[in-house]
Structure formats: structure tokens, C-alpha cells
Ligand binder design. Structure first.
Ligand SMILES: Nc1nc2c(ncn2[C@@H]2O[C@H](COP(=O)(O)OP(=O)(O)OP(=O)(O)O)[C@@H](O)[C@H]2O)c(=O)[nH]1
Length: 325
């Protein structure tokens, strides 16, 4: 992932003229946080609650967050750049290994780590695996009991005690991202861990995720809706091309874009699932994804989806690189 370079950070306001505010308070803080936790722990939902607007793709299905997506919390006194990582998990395939490498790299570079532990589930081997990983990092870790709205006070108290015994944390905060409880408390705790720094991003910018990745996520989320549990690991989405159609200068309508997207599956049987009978399912996927893409780009979109079989793409380093991993 690309953080601003040292040059960009130290060159001062002139280098970023027109981008960031020309002056900032002496005690301004800015830095990076990343969210870790096992699949379904509530990382994406918490990212959205902190940022206050939908930026990451959420889903009831585990491990939909393949790509690192950032949101930015802007306050008068600082900027917190959130990195939403894929679930840290035991590697089973090369893809799993790549994801874990990516996560570890991210953990070492941020100023504070947010470890999400859902209150409605017992602490399990997956959480302990992550806790051990975090124990080897020097970055401070704030443990968060997520989904606090789903459990009783007694259960929450028990959960907080278990979290306390799991490792050594800079802080422990119970939060409900859905109800909005304690999100402000967590924000304060995270800001306190950031270094004094000039602003890193222009005001109001929520995410710098390349549009292509956001588009691929929207298509992927639509394509996974309502299909078998095995498919999440077997589906990769790549935006091949975006072309704007020529139009008259005085045309008051939003621009019209042709968006070409490939969906890669591992087996012909999976291709049949994605396409559906007579192509009906793929048309649905296209309709749903198109709405999100139009909202994202502020344009009219013609979405062209192709499903391709790429055998064992999860194990093929060359193909992984082509698919953006
Ligand atoms: N009731 C309640 N549900 C929540 C809360 N936070 C998340 N959820 C739900 O839990 C599920 C998983 O949330 P996500 O935010 O997608 O979890 P994640 O950790 O990003 O999941 P992966 O992308 O699979 O790693 C979704 O159905 C959310 O709606 C919360 O504070 N309260």
C-alpha cells in the first residue's frame, strides 16, 4: 500500500498547495490505524461508523474485504486514516499467505491497531491466533468489543474480562457500530495515539481507494449475493477498461461510461452458478452493481460483465499478480 512519502510529509504546505489546508493548529495530530479481527468481526461496519459514511463494502458473508480500503476521519484537531484489512487468518493457499503478508506489512506501518472482537461470540482459536500475531508487533493495540448492542451487560462484562486476559492492550473499548454507541469514545482513544503531524489529506476526502478497486468490490459483492459459501474464495473481479462515450459539450446529462469487468472463477461449475439459468443471475448482478457504480462515479454506466474460468487462480502466482493480489 502507498502511504504519503517522507518527502510529501516534510515538504510542508507548499508541496501540497491547493490540496491540504495551508495552516494547521500546533497540536494537530495525523496518522494511520488499521482494523484487524477474524472474519465477520465487524471491521467494515466499524470503519464506516468511524468515518460516518459508507466507504467499505460490508456483507454478512465472511472475508468479502479482499482489498485494503481506507476511510479518513476528519476533525478540527486531526486526521485519522483508517485501513480496513482483510481478515487475518491461517493461510491455506498461496492467496491466504499473500493476504497475511499484506496484513503483517500493514500492522508494522500504522500508528495504532484496532483489534475487533465481537461480543456476541466467545473468544476462539482465531482470536488467539491474531492476539499472538499482535503480541509480536510494537504498534499499540486498542482492543474493541464490537457488536455490544447484541448482548446483555453481564455478557459484555464477561467478554471485556476475557479480552483483558487475552493480551496486553493500550485500551479496551466496547462499541456498537450499528447503534453508534461509544464510537466517539473510540475515536478519541485512537486520536490520542497519533503523532503530531501536518494534515495528510485534503479536507473532506473520505477514501483514496482507486475507483477501479471500489468498482470491482461492488461487482464482487453483487455476484456473491445469495450463492454458495465456497464461492467467496473462488471469485476474483478485475475492471479491464473504462471508456467515456463521446457527447456534445452542451449535453446537460451526466457522462456515459462503458465499464468492462471480468469475473474469474476456478471451475466451469462455478461459472454456471454466477451466470445462472439463461444468464438471468448475471443480469441481476449487473443491475445491482451498476446502481452502486453510478452512485460512486456520478455518471451513467453501461456495465459489461464477462465470467471467465481461470483454473486454480488462487495458487498461480502469475495469475494472482494479474488479478491484483
Ligand atoms: N448488531 C450489530 N451488528 C453488527 C455490528 N457491527 C457489524 N455487525 C454485523 O456483523 C456482520 C459482519 O460485519 P462486517 O463489518 O462486514 O464484518 P468484517 O469484520 O468487515 O467482515 P470481513 O469482511 O468478513 O472480515 C454484518 O452483518 C454486520 O451488519 C454492530 O455493532 N451491531
Amino acid at each position: 500500500m502507498t502511504f504519503p512519502s517522507d518527502d510529501e510529509l516534510t515538504a510542508g504546505p507548499n508541496a501540497l498547495e491547493g490540496l491540504v489546508r495551508p495552516d494547521w493548529p500546533e497540536d494537530f495530530r495525523a496518522g494511520f490505524a488499521c482494523l484487524v479481527g477474524r472474519p465477520n468481526a465487524g471491521k467494515s461496519t466499524l470503519t464506516n461508523a468511524l468515518v460516518g459514511q459508507k466507504v467499505a463494502i460490508t456483507s454478512g458473508r465472511p472475508q468479502t474485504t479482499r482489498h485494503t480500503i481506507r476511510g479518513i476521519v476528519h476533525r478540527e484537531d486531526g486526521q485519522l486514516v483508517l485501513v480496513d484489512t482483510p481478515g487475518l487468518h491461517r493461510p491455506r493457499t498461496l492467496l491466504g499467505q499473500r493476504l497475511n503478508d499484506l496484513v503483517r506489512e500493514t500492522l508494522g506501518e500504522v500508528d495504532v491497531i484496532v483489534f475487533c472482537l465481537p461480543a456476541d461470540e466467545k473468544i476462539g482459536p482465531g482470536d488467539r491466533f491474531i492476539a499472538r500475531e499482535l503480541g509480536q508487533q510494537h504498534t499499540p493495540v486498542v482492543a474493541v468489543a464490537t457488536k455490544a448492542d447484541l448482548v446483555s451487560r453481564e455478557r459484555l462484562a464477561e467478554h471485556l474480562l476475557e479480552i483483558d486476559q487475552l493480551g496486553s492492550w493500550a485500551d479496551i473499548v466496547p462499541v456498537s457500530a450499528v447503534a453508534g454507541d461509544q464510537v466517539d469514545v473510540l475515536t478519541d482513544v485512537l486520536f490520542a495515539r497519533l503523532p503530531l503531524s501536518p494534515p495528510l489529506y485534503p479536507d473532506g476526502e473520505l477514501t483514496d481507494e482507486p475507483e477501479n478497486v471500489m468498482i470491482a468490490e461492488l461487482v464482487r459483492e453483487a455476484a456473491l449475493e445469495g450463492v454458495r459459501d465456497e464461492l467467496p474464495h473462488s471469485l476474483a473481479v478485475v475492471v479491464e477498461e473504462i471508456n467515456e462515450r463521446p457527447r456534445d459539450d452542451d449535453d446537460p446529462r451526466p457522462p456515459m461510461l462503458d465499464v468492462h469487468v471480468n469475473l474469474y472463477v476456478e471451475r466451469p461449475s462455478q461459472k454456471a452458478i454466477v451466470i445462472g439459468k439463461g444468464g438471468a443471475r448475471l443480469r441481476d448482478v449487473g443491475t445491482r452493481a451498476r446502481k452502486g457504480i453510478e452512485a460512486l462515479l456520478g455518471a451513467r454506466v453501461y456495465l459489461d460483465l464477462h465470467v471467465r474460468v481461470a483454473k486454480d487462480w488462487q495458487r498461480d502466482p502469475k495469475l494472482l499478480q494479474r488479478l491484483g493480489f
